[in-house]
Design a protein around this ligand. Structure first.
Ligand code: FMN
Length: 356
């Protein structure tokens, strides 16, 4: 089953929504390298409902490339979620994805994210009201449950199915587990067996290689495979999944630079017009610095598994000048060789910061 609602996707591989990562430049890159769907990072329904400028900026996307454009919302109140989805639709959203897995307290304390796992009827109501208000297909992304004692993914699937969900993604860890331990793929298999062909199941969790994706599909029968951390610094994974090559050093270097420039443009976009308290030069310098700091994590991920990665990371973390950074990127990536030992290092990621 390669369809979600009215959309026939070109393949079964989906980029996971990731806060601070799945922004327009990275989504466009992943789409271009073969991903069939790249939902936005989680966007606050309250923020959209209150027409908060910062939340609205998350809705920027490239309608030429991002087809279908899937907007992930988080919120606990069905009416607010529905109103936010209407705004999302006005901005071009073609699919609405509901976050029912975020473990962060700031999100769950308002009944949103994984707190919806504790109230399946309300989760169903969120889906129902968004569908009624927008007429758009609605997907949801859940965890296996709140904790080891409440793994209610099957009950959630029943409730969301009855509400007319167009597809269901599952990250098979509980809320209590956060990102620790191994994703339990038997949850995905149980879910697929339970749901059958009523709606597609999107398996997620710990897919880092082509072999992992193949294993997940074989072991669980899931319709789609969603990849998060495995795509950090390696968006070419989507091309490899379709039988394409790994990047050459030249291509890797060009992509890092293109992504960096797209990110600079994305962050500065519209700021000069909005910020009347500073001179245009000050605003430009301010947003350039913000973009440079945000992009350091991507550069670190791109360097992962290459000789000299940690020295490169240390260097770029001290640099603020765009031209100097670009020079260092060229110097490092053009000559970069794979480091079999370095590839085993745990990636430098603080999920709580990224999600906070
Ligand atoms: C940095 C980061 C940010 C994330 N942000 C979101 C988010 O905004 N919405 C969401 O549903 N899941 C979010 N997640 C969870 C991922 O979508 C995914 O479920 C999880 O990383 C497991 O998949 P993986 O093993 O392929 O990374 C985030 C994960 C990471 C690592």
């Amino acid at each position: 089953m390669l369809t979600i609602g009215p959309y026939r996707l070109k393949n079964p591989f989906i980029l996971a929504p990731m806060a601070g990562v799945s922004e327009q430049p990275f989504r466009v890159l992943a789409f271009r390298l073969g991903a069939a769907l790249c939902p936005t990072e989680l966007v606050s329904a309250q923020g959209l409902f209150r027409v908060n400028e910062r939340s609205l900026r998350y809705l920027r996307h490239d309608p030429q490339v991002e087809i279908p454009y899937s907007l992930q919302l988080f919120g606990g109140e069905p009416e607010v979620m529905a109103q936010a989805a209407v705004i999302g639709k006005q901005w071009g959203a073609q699919l609405i994805d509901v976050n029912m897995g975020c473990p962060v307290k700031k999100v769950t304390k308002s009944g949103a994210g994984s707190a919806l796992l504790c109230d399946a009827p309300r989760a169903g109501e969120v889906v129902r009201q968004i569908r009624a208000a927008t007429g758009l297909p609605v997907t949801a992304k859940i965890r296996s449950g709140w904790d080891a004692h409440q793994k209610n993914f099957l009950a959630m699937a029943d409730e969301l199915g009855a509400a007319g969900v167009a597809a269901l993604a599952v990250h098979p860890r509980t809320r209590a587990q956060g990102y620790s331990g191994k994703a339990d793929w038997t949850v995905i298999a149980d879910l697929k067996r339970h749901v059958g062909d009523k709606f597609p199941i999107i398996g997620n969790g710990d897919v880092k290689t082509v072999a992992d994706a193949t294993r997940m599909r074989e072991q669980t029968g899931c319709d789609f495979v969603m990849i998060g951390r495995g795509a950090l610094g390696n968006p070419w994974l989507f091309r490899e999944l379709l039988g394409g090559p790994k990047p050459t050093p030249q291509e890797r270097c060009e992509t890092v630079l293109d992504h960096f420039r797209a990110h600079l443009a994305f962050v500065s976009d519209g700021r000069v017009e909005r910020d009347k308290t500073r001179t245009p030069e000050e605003v430009a310098a301010f947003s350039r610095l913000a973009a440079v700091k945000q992009f350091r994590k991507h550069m670190g991920w791109y360097a992962h598994g290459l000789f000299g990665a940690s020295a490169f990371r240390n260097t770029i973390n001290t640099l603020e000048d765009v031209a100097e950074l670009e020079r260092r990127v060229e110097q490092f990536f053009l000559g970069a060789k794979e480091d079999a030992q370095g590839a085993d290092e745990e990636q430098d990621l603080d999920y709580r910061t990224a999600l906070g």
